[in-house]
Design a binder for this molecule. Structure first.
Ligand code: SF4
Length: 414
């Protein structure tokens, strides 16, 4: 298969700024001011609304005449003032993107506040931030840096949880944390600017996804203990609960009792799918793929190849080591061409991939589903999460003959 070297120059994932917009448009009272050219503006407002942001995104007109005529900053300031006329607006994130002139906007030239609203520059150029998950990290760390109340005394037994998760997962996490004695939990990215302020008072922070590196580093500098890992699969669930207990100095007898209960529940679910066998390729661009691979391996499946759009990170190092030891070939900042080569090389029974890779796999009669819609939008944590993921995979593996027959049908049509 030919690899197009030009295509390899770009990580081929969604526009990174989209990840930041997901974080920023979610905040109550926030109205984003996007400083981008018309192409970016069209694409980014389209995807944001497609993913149900239901918030206006405002932008100053930015054509050649404004850029070369030197009025860009004045136009931007005027747009900010205009947005601030709405008293319901309490925060104006100013998002700069790839256009060189906007990427280099001087923060000092923007107001700190306009009307009722805080104004905050968030730089999201794709040439620097290579994937949309990493742009979420930039947005969260920028907001925390500006609004986090790090000067206030820390709240005892309080935990900040960072990671975009399915609502059922949030409930499961909340219930386990309550049972081990955690007294307050804040989850980011959140819908309330106040959560970013309160986050500064947390004693420790559980970073559920490995790409929140800037956020972790900022919190660590401010004296917040960082807990890596996530409760996906039986072994990691036990480890994660224990780490939270230790970081918050909880009653370890109570913590270990919950550890045992949760580990047994997750192990029982994995055991239920113990007769699963097959070769699965996982190739998403969400940055949370490796824990899912870990779960599949724990259930006895073979995962010869996994890929993601994010870079290799220190927070994901444990998974990297474990998966590599268990024989999974891992690609960071992957290209579609690499994923396609892996499908040809490993001939999997199931592909959990990006839309383009899925089409490629289906053309070969291989069952394939879209990672984002099927994994990122379902619970994955604790026993319940293991059950939904493995149940779905079992169902797809059980129907793999249907795909083969479908391919035969279409290839034998006159
Ligand atoms: S030019 Fe940059 S900001 Fe604009 S859509 Fe492309 S990647 Fe996104």
């Amino acid at each position: 298969m030919k690899t197009n070297s030009c295509a390899n120059l770009h990580p081929q994932s969604m526009c990174p700024a989209f990840g930041g917009l997901r974080v920023l448009t979610r905040i109550e009272g926030a109205r984003v001011c996007l400083v981008a050219d018309q192409g970016c503006l069209y694409g980014l407002t389209f995807v944001s609304h497609f993913y149900a942001a239901r918030r206006s995104i405002v932008a100053p007109e930015l054509m050649n005449v404004q850029i070369s005529g030197g009025t860009m900053i004045d136009d931007l300031r005027a747009t900010i003032e205009q947005i601030a006329e709405d008293p319901a607006v309490t925060c104006i994130p100013v998002v700069s993107t790839c256009v060189a002139e906007t990427a280099g906007i001087a923060e000092e030239l923007l107001p700190d506040k306009a009307g009722n609203a805080f104004v905050q520059l968030v730089r999201l150029p794709a040439f620097q931030i290579k994937s949309h998950p990493e742009a979420k990290d930039v947005a969260v760390s920028t907001l925390l840096g500006r609004f986090g109340d790090f000067g206030a005394p820390k709240r005892k037994r309080s935990l900040l949880v960072v990671g975009e998760i399915f609502p059922v997962d949030a409930m499961a996490i909340g219930s386990v944390l309550q049972r081990i004695g955690v007294e307050s939990v804040i989850a980011l990215p959140g819908a309330d600017l106040e959560d970013y302020m309160e986050a500064g008072k947390a004693e420790a922070c559980a970073i559920l996804h490995p790409f929140y590196e800037k956020t972790a580093s900022l919190l660590e500098k401010k004296g917040v203990r960082i807990i890596s890992g996530n409760p996906v699969g039986a072994g990691a669930t036990a480890e994660w609960i224990e780490r939270v207990g230790q970081a918050l100095d909880l009653d370890m007898e109570v913590v270990r009792r919950v550890v045992t209960e949760e580990k047994e529940k997750a192990a029982a679910v994995i055991e239920k799918y113990g007769n699963l066998s097959g070769k699965v390729i996982v190739a998403g661009y969400e940055g949370n793929e490796l824990p899912i691979v870990r779960l599949l391996l724990e259930a006895g499946l073979d995962v010869p190849y996994a890929s993601t759009s994010i870079a290799q990170t220190a927070l994901g190092e444990e998974d990297h080591q474990l998966l590599s030891m268990l024989g999974t070939e891992i690609r960071y900042r992957k290209y579609l061409e690499e994923d396609m080569k892996a499908v040809v090389k490993y001939e999997p029974d199931l592909v959990i991939g990006t839309t383009s890779l899925d089409s490629f796999a289906k053309e070969r009669g291989i069952p394939a589903i879209y990672y984002t819609n099927n994994i990122s939008s379902r619970p994955v944590f604790f026993a319940a999460g293991a059950g939904t993921v493995l149940g779905m995979v079992a169902g797809l593996l059980g129907r793999k003959d249907v795909f083969r027959k479908m391919k035969e049908y279409f290839t034998t049509l006159p």
